[in-house]
Design a protein around this ligand. Structure first.
Ligand SMILES: *Cc1c(COP(=O)(O)O)cnc(C)c1O
Length: 364
């Protein structure tokens, strides 16, 4: 059993992938070629955002978004400590300061009720993360941002492409949404990639220029940008994968629901999903009492598991452990989470096997 089964997906898409890849090899426009514009059009349609700007990674999507907003030294960006390191790294990289707000214990997403207390005159953006594939309380977050002078809200949607929040799609829930096409993400390529979504024309223009070294016209540089272009081959692969994406999202919902039922029957604590949104279950994550025991049982059974994430970012060495004790929910949760195999191709039998190993670990 794979943690994320990309081979089954590849087998299902083989002919479409081959056709798309062959077309790129034939025209030879490997960087920002026609497939790049094509996937941007398709993803605009999919999310409902007016603009999609594909870039070299999810990390660069976040970085370029912050650059487009002019964020730099002296500025503060509110975010969650319970996320992948890139979320906070890009803030620090630009000389700004991440302000870590603790999470809700059920969803593990940023606790919208704690954001207002963290706002200062230096707050220049709020960057919530749609963790494990589920958007946080975006309406509440947007309302707080509006109340304090329309602070830009950037959804880190690296794990949640395809998720819904009320009637809208993740990536189109706030001023800016950023996703990742890293292979294991819900819409993953066969290499690095990412995208920025916005319906703001000015921000979109800035992002388009920033991704090619601040170039506004050929060899005319109006901003300091980055080398953040998207590969045509990756765009072609995403176009092939998009054919099956709706089906895959449906499968994710079904498999997530089936896991939930198994956990609930056995009284095993798990990440909760709220009724007004759907998670795409980028990870299926539970809370264990004794993680080490559970990890060992899975290891013995040859079933891969992972920990997202073992340490809140504000307790990482690079942040000089400055946040130790400051976000107690994140600290506590990081000791208990474990993610189980999850992909649209996980069979009901495999799920039963995972569950049997888990149940045995709990009995021991
Ligand atoms: C994966 C991920 C990123 C970074 O995306 P890359 O494409 O790997 O650069 C950022 N934030 C979160 C929450 C992620 O899961």
């Amino acid at each position: 059993m794979e943690f994320i089964d990309l081979k089954a997906q590849q087998a299902a898409l083989k002919s479409e992938l081959d056709k798309r890849i062959a077309a790129v090899l034939a025209h030879g426009r490997y960087i920002l070629g026609p497939e790049v514009r094509e996937i941007e059009d398709r993803l605009e349609e999919y999310t409902g955002a007016k603009h999609c700007i594909t870039v070299s990674s999810g990390t660069d999507a976040l970085l370029i978004s912050l650059m487009a907003l002019g964020i730099g030294p002296g500025d503060e960006v509110i975010t969650t400590p319970f996320t992948f390191v890139a979320t906070a790294e890009v803030i620090v990289f630009l000389g700004a300061t991440p302000v870590f707000v603790d999470i809700e214990p059920g969803t593990c997403n940023i606790d919208a009720n704690r954001i207002e207390a963290a706002i200062t005159p230096r707050t220049k953006a709020i960057m919530p993360v749609s963790l494990y594939g589920q958007p946080p309380d975006m309406d509440e977050i947007n309302a707080i941002a509006l109340k304090y002078g329309r602070i830009p809200v950037i959804e880190d949607a690296a794990q949640s492409f395809g998720a819904r929040y009320k009637s809208r799609k993740s990536c189109n829930l706030s001023m800016i949404g950023c996703t990742s096409f890293f292979p294991s993400k819900p819409l993953g390529g066969y290499g690095d990639g990412g995208a920025i979504f916005t319906s703001d024309d000015e921000i979109a223009k800035a992002c388009r220029e920033l991704r090619v070294h601040g170039q506004s016209d050929r060899y005319v540089h109006t901003r300091i940008g980055v080398g953040g272009r998207f590969d045509t081959l990756q765009a072609a692969i995403l176009l092939a994968k998009l054919e099956r994406f709706d089906w895959e999202v449906e499968q994710r919902l079904l498999i997530g629901k089936r896991y939930n039922e198994l956990m609930d029957e056995a009284g095993i604590q798990r990440v909760r999903q709220k009724d007004d949104r759907t998670s795409v279950f980028a990870q299926y994550t539970i809370f264990t009492e004794d993680r080490q025991v559970v990890q060992e049982k899975f290891k013995d059974a040859g079933i891969p598991t992972a920990v997202h994430y073992p340490m809140p970012l504000n307790e990482q060495p690079v942040y000089k452990q400055a946040g130790v004790g400051k976000t107690p929910v994140s600290s506590e949760i990081s000791k208990h989470v474990i993610s189980l195999p999850m992909s649209p191709y996980l069979t009901a039998d495999d799920q039963q096997t995972v569950f049997r190993v888990l149940a045995a670990a709990y009995r021991s």
